[in-house]
Design a binder for this molecule. Structure first.
Ligand code: GLC
Length: 745
């Protein structure tokens, strides 16, 4: 490259750096220029968020003069305020304030707005990052067209206890998969750039370790080693930071005795320190004030002190910042620099979202109408839903059903349900019928031809002991060629504050299955739930089982697509399914112990139960297809690697079935000997591939030092020389190919 050209390049790069710096500096300068004008009361106002009166997602404090507080600049954000009309009216009030600082509108856009997608735990079972990102993207497009600019999502809490109802919001038990999904969801919500009109600012929650609540009891304490925290519970949060999440939400739980909201180790040392997070942290609902209940602070004054000092920048709903921060500053308990840092973080996001340029940019009625009526959105929901349905059992290839089936009996309390299919954390959209759902019944009607007769009976309720409906159900079953039974939980039996001590299928639904099986007819069972349930009778006796979760707007159509083979199921579980509640917590990446249970023998002084297997009913990574896949020809380009080196892995997968399909090929590793014990296997990579009938594809993975690393006794992130097993599985138990390699000094 000649000197002249080099010189030109250098000048050009300097100009671009100056331009970028100038642009970046512009936002920081604008923030500072606003900050300089603000009174202490106005600064505290930005740190204050209330629930609007549209709906509530926690215990509400009634405030009559919210509008007055907005006019006085004492309120910086509202949540649960949806729709162009409502957000515009609030923003108009904000424009009457002295500094005209725009309001932020936050909402739990967890799995859809008008178009509802499968619950996040179901979507996670797709292991399809494009599908998961698309779901968040469409959710953001619809919600941002309705005046909302901030979503309290993704929830990235690792969860290993299905008694905890909030497993439905997350991505299951594995940190590697959970991190990939966190990244996909942040990208989906925020789009290419924070502030794109179709984007929502993301909020990674709940920071941190909320999913490890003791006993699976929501809001309960969490106690864990630093190693477990860093190796399992923090990685998805770090992935969210790396993906550019604009905000974090702290959590209700205390972690090792310190409430997360007042936990400076989490919020300052890790998030804002080590991870250099530039966004802001909002409390979870009234978690600032709840530190009094925790017994960590005496009163609201101390709660505000603890929270703001520990790195909580915005107080949702508790009003302790509003009521005590000014006095804390006057008492020199809280330096103004701390308040300024919090306010800068909040204002910076408002600038990045373009709200200072145009406070009404998310409030366009025409765009709202167009976005909420886009015919592509339900189609996308249907596609994501199909990919989320898990085929658990399919004896004698009962599924897929023939479209020439003459008579089908569709039975159960969820067949004609509508809103149930939305699961928890759906959004009540102004002017939209919340029953805007394709029911399972309607989906079947849409699918079958004139030659097929559909019969219906409810059979029983979800809960209760009443069996009066059994006779009618049995009667139509006897007339049918095949029976489909749709059973499960109520949608609000999982979600926030929905912990269950017994996660069996409620009521008499499995009794109904027994009566239907007694007719001798083949029965396909659909299980609808927001969590892994225990359903041993169904597992033992039903010939075919589909786990259909809560699939959202297109439930019926997506289930029908799978039932009749228009979509070959490809989903795999992201949480272990216990045989009994008594097995919980249960997860695949466990340690071997000094007395590992070799199999299901329960009596030889080993780490097992005397009354039950230690193995889950269905393991992490499990899910069937209508096809079968052959794994072959595992190759490692070397059997030894040095720190900093890598090993290229390849293998072949062939579709031996009669249907084109998809397979999620999983790569697990085991470090046989470590200075601290290591799991019997850990997911370190995966690949979801499409294969036509008879097709073979070669898949490649790369093993690098990062995939071998863990925290040693000094909490140093290290990879230790030694022997490693590599396992390629169709699940964490169904290991198809194995090999080994060494990490050498
Ligand atoms: C709730 C939830 C949190 C949600 C927030 C606002 O209590 O814990 O996930 O984002 O309040 O609705």
């Amino acid at each position: 490259m000649n000197k002249l050209f080099k010189g030109f390049l250098f000048i050009a790069s300097c100009i671009s750096v100056m331009h970028v710096t100038a642009q970046k500096k512009t936002i920081d300068q604008k923030v500072d220029s606003v900050l300089r004008l603000m009174t202490l009361e106005e600064k505290i106002g930005q740190m204050n968020q209330y629930n609007d009166d549209w709906t509530a997602t926690g215990p509400v404090t009634l405030d009559s003069d919210k509008a007055g507080q907005v006019r006085k600049g004492q309120l910086g954000s509202l949540l649960n305020c949806v729709g162009v009309d409502r957000t515009r009216s609030w923003q108009n009030i904000a424009m009457e304030s002295r500094l005209k600082i725009p309001l932020l509108f936050g909402q739990d856009i967890i799995h859809g707005y008008k178009t509802t997608f499968p619950i996040p735990l179901a979507e996670a079972c797709s292991w399809d990052m494009d599908a998961i990102e698309l779901s968040a993207r469409i959710s953001a497009t619809e919600a941002s067209a309705s005046g909302i600019n901030w979503t309290f999502a993704p929830m990235v809490d690792i969860a290993r206890d299905p008694r905890w109802g909030r497993v439905m919001e997350g991505a299951g038990e594995d940190p590697y998969l959970g991190s990939m999904i966190a990244r996909a969801r942040v990208k989906g919500f925020q789009g290419n750039k924070l502030g794109d009109l179709n984007s929502l600012m993301a909020c990674a929650k709940h920071f941190a370790a909320y999913g490890a609540a003791i006993g699976g009891r929501d809001y309960n304490s969490v106690d864990m080693s630093d190693r477990l925290l860093w190796e399992v519970y923090l990685p998805p949060f770090k992935a969210a930071v790396d993906a550019g999440a604009g905000t974090f939400m702290n959590s209700f739980n205390d972690l090792n005795g310190v409430p997360a909201t007042g936990n400076s180790y989490l919020q300052r040392d890790i998030l804002k320190g080590k991870w250099n997070f530039k966004g802001f942290v909002v409390s979870d609902w009234g978690s600032v004030g709840e530190m009094i209940n925790h017994g960590n602070v005496k009163d609201g004054y101390e709660a505000a002190l603890s929270a703001v000092t520990a790195g909580c920048d915005m107080d949702m709903e508790s009003r302790n910042f509003k009521n005590h921060l000014a006095q804390l500053v006057k008492d020199k308990k809280v330096p103004m620099t701390l308040v300024d840092d919090a306010v800068r973080r909040i204002l910076r996001k408002k600038f990045e979202l373009g709200l200072f340029d145009d406070p009404f940019r998310f409030c366009n009625k025409e765009r709202e109408t167009q976005a909420l009526n886009n015919p592509e959105h339900p189609l996308a929901s249907r596609s994501v839903a199909e990919k989320s349905i898990v085929l658990l059992k399919n004896e004698n290839h009962l599924l897929p059903l023939s479209k020439n089936t003459k008579t089908i009996a569709f039975i159960g309390p969820l067949v004609k349900a509508l809103k149930q299919n939305k699961g928890f954390w759906d959004v009540e959209v102004p002017g939209v019928d919340s029953n805007f759902i394709v029911s399972q019944w309607e989906g079947l009607q849409n699918k079958v031809g004139a030659g097929t007769t559909l019969l219906y009976a409810k059979g029983c309720e979800i809960e209760g002991t009443n069996k009066d409906g059994f006779a009618e159900a049995v009667a139509i079953a006897k007339q049918a060629d095949v029976v489909i039974l749709s059973i499960g939980e109520r949608r609000d039996m999982s979600g926030e504050a929905k912990s269950r001590s017994n996660i069996g299928i409620p009521g008499v639904q499995e009794d109904l299955l027994k009566e239907l099986l007694a007719t001798g007819k083949p029965v396909v069972v659909l299980i609808n739930a927001g969590r892994p349930l225990v359903f041993e009778y169904t597992v033992e006796h039903a010939p075919a089982i589909l786990y259909t979760w809560w699939l959202g707007s297109e439930s019926g159509n997506s289930i029908a697509d799978v039932l009749f083979g228009d979509y070959n199921p490809s989903a795999k579980l992201v949480m272990s399914f216990p045989r009994s509640t008594g097995q919980i917590p249960i997860y695949y990446s466990h340690f071997n112990t000094g007395r590992p249970a070799r199999s299901d023998d329960n009596h030889n002084y080993n780490s097992s139960y005397n009354d039950l297997s230690i193995y889950p009913r269905y393991e992490f990574g499990y899910g069937l297809s209508y096809s079968t896949f052959l794994y072959s020809n595992l190759q490692l380009d070397r059997k030894q690697m040095k720190p900093g080196g890598s090993i290229d892995v390849s293998l072949s997968v062939t579709n031996l079935g009669k249907y084109d399909g998809e397979e999620i090929v999983q790569l697990y590793l085991r470090d046989r000997v470590g200075s601290v014990v290591r799991p019997v296997l850990e997911l370190k990579d995966f690949s979801k591939i499409k294969l036509k009938v008879g097709e073979t594809k070669v898949i490649h993975f790369k093993i690098d030092t990062e995939k071998l690393s863990f925290y040693n006794q000094k909490m140093q992130w290290v990879a230790e020389p030694g022997d490693f097993d590599i396992m390629i599985g169709a699940s964490s138990k169904d290991i198809r190919l194995k090999d080994e390699f060494k990490l050498v000094k």
